[in-house]
Design a protein around this ligand. Structure first.
Ligand code: C2O
Ligand code: CU
Ligand code: CU
Length: 504
């Protein structure tokens, strides 16, 4: 029954009800060919930085408009950081102080959120840190978390999907001694390859088509990697590491190779796994990252593809087509040279991960996901949903009680999955995560610990990372406070500027 009301709700937003069938129409009958692709995968440049006398590494980001050739021969108006589309890859070490100058030259307010980063709330870049057109924002913090593939993207409440879809997204790599010493391919752009996967749709004049929304938001019919459609990657080493980000609005990927060859998963959202996991498929929902290592024989090629989900991603049979989970697209062709350089063998182990211990939790919280709502309520910039006490363990039980796909993302901390329907998580979900796919009916328990940064006024977010759902209010806010500290949320929102004065 709630199906009908929410669909008519969407029809109110979207130009045409045809959107709901777009997923089938785009589907596997017509995969987009990458084989024979003529364009080389662009590698986002590493961001240049200056290091001052105190050792602070300073970066500059400028969000602006531009024009990009996403599809060969077509000119598309886009948004980007320091360029027309996407942004430079930011790279910093654990223990390093980083600072940013972020300029907004867009015609709209935006924000820059550091997805996956442990960061003070006032510098998190969520909806409370709005940067007005022409304004500047200057966050700074000390990087203090395991080496990982994180990312940055806008987070203005109600407009996140469009800002990301228009091209605003980039990677943020954290290095530490553990990632340094892991015996993995690690030369950026050579055998350690960033791969931002997105889906887009175009109007006849080549503009991005933002007109139709499905139940999972904008679903594209064109697969785009690092900003272009139909890319190949020249490979020069026996193995390559792909740092994959699902930067799409609502599309989930079931990644694997066209010949079903094995690859090794080595890292998830928050860092390295305990040991590589041999797989032939890996599921990546919006916002999630996976790092894989794959071998390509001399003179051969390998085709990375997203396959139809064998299990419809756990979605009910009647609805799955409209969510895009039956679709298949070629993602990237890896073309090996005649005499590849040697690569390290797949290591037996990677990182020491503490066992997950849910006992002694200071708080247990429940999160029910259903129709743009968490616990039957939609986002309110003026409502703090709860406060967590710093340096205590919390257990969060997340349940998708809907028949739609959702996922669940938490700011500021990486979490571990305690269990899924009472069973230990599979190895690919056993490492550090900040975003997890939540199929209908499943009960997923997370162990979290918020450390170091407290603020009685400025909240962090938790939300569904299907960006249209997030924009529609499938999001809540929490504070991290000192033991006994009274929350003092601001009297009015939005609090612009990112320095949120204390009002309590
Ligand atoms: Cu990737 Cu709250 O965001
Ligand atoms: Cu985030
Ligand atoms: Cu959702």
């Amino acid at each position: 029954m709630h199906d009908i009301s929410r669909r008519s709700f969407l029809f109110g937003l979207a130009a045409t009800p045809i959107a709901l069938t777009a997923g089938c129409a785009l589907g596997q009958s017509n995969p987009v060919g990458v084989s024979g692709a003529a364009r080389r995968l662009p590698i986002p440049p590493l961001a240049t930085a200056t290091v001052d006398a105190s050792g602070t590494r300073h970066f500059t980001l400028r969000a602006g408009v531009g024009t990009a050739e996403i599809v060969a021969g077509k000119s598309t108006p886009t948004w980007g950081f320091n360029g027309s589309i996407l942004g430079p890859t930011i790279r910093a070490r654990r223990g390093e102080q980083v600072s940013f100058t972020v300029d907004n030259t867009l015609p709209e307010p935006t924000t820059v959120h550091w997805h996956g980063m442990h960061v003070p709330a006032r510098f998190d870049g969520g909806p409370h840190q709005s940067i007005e057109p022409g304004a500047r924002w200057q966050p700074a913090w000390t990087v203090n978390q395991p080496g990982a593939t994180l990312w940055y993207h806008p987070h203005p409440h109600g407009s996140t999907e469009k800002h990301v879809y228009r091209g605003l997204a980039g990677l943020f790599l954290v290095d530490d001694e553990v990632t340094d010493s892991a015996d993995l391919p690690k030369t950026y752009g050579v055998d350690d390859i960033p791969l931002i996967i997105q889906d887009k749709r175009f109007t006849a004049d080549g503009s991005l088509d933002e007109s139709d929304s499905t139940d999972v938001g904008l679903l594209g019919d064109t697969l785009v990697t690092n900003g272009i459609a139909g890319a190949y990657l020249p490979v020069t080493t026996q193995r390559v590491r792909l740092r994959i980000l699902n930067g799409s609005s609502g599309r989930m990927y079931n990644l694997g190779f066209s010949d079903d060859r094995q690859f090794h998963l080595v890292a998830t959202d928050g860092g390295l796994l305990a040991a590589p996991v041999a797989l032939t498929r890996i599921r990546v929902s919006p916002g999630e990252r996976v790092e894989i290592v794959v071998a390509v024989a001399a003179g051969a090629s390998a085709l990375l593809r997203t396959h139809p989900f064998e299990d419809r991603a756990g979605l009910p049979a009647g609805d799955a087509a409209g969510f895009g989970v039956a679709d298949s697209f070629d993602v990237l062709e890896l073309r090996q040279g005649r005499s590849p350089d040697a690569s390290p063998a797949i290591p037996a182990s990677l990182a020491a991960l503490d066992p997950v211990d849910p006992s002694g939790a200071a708080a247990e919280r429940d999160f029910e996901l259903r129709w743009f709502m968490i616990n039957n309520t939609r986002m309110d910039m003026n409502r703090i949903d709860f406060s967590a006490t710093v340096d205590t363990t919390e257990i969060w039980t997340v349940r998708n009680v809907d028949n739609w796909p959702h996922n669940f993302h938490v700011h500021d901390a990486q979490f571990r999955i305690v269990d899924i329907d009472g069973a230990s998580p599979p190895p690919e979900l056993a490492g550090w995560k900040d975003t997890v796919y939540t199929p209908p009916g499943q009960r997923i328990r997370l162990a979290l610990r918020f450390t170091e940064h407290t603020d009685p006024t400025i909240p962090y977010m938790y939300h569904c990372h299907l960006l249209m759902h997030e924009d529609q209010g499938m999001m809540g806010q929490f504070l991290v406070v000192e033991p006994g500290q009274r929350p003092a949320p601001p009297a009015t929102a939005p609090t612009g500027g990112g320095h949120g004065g204390h009002s309590g």
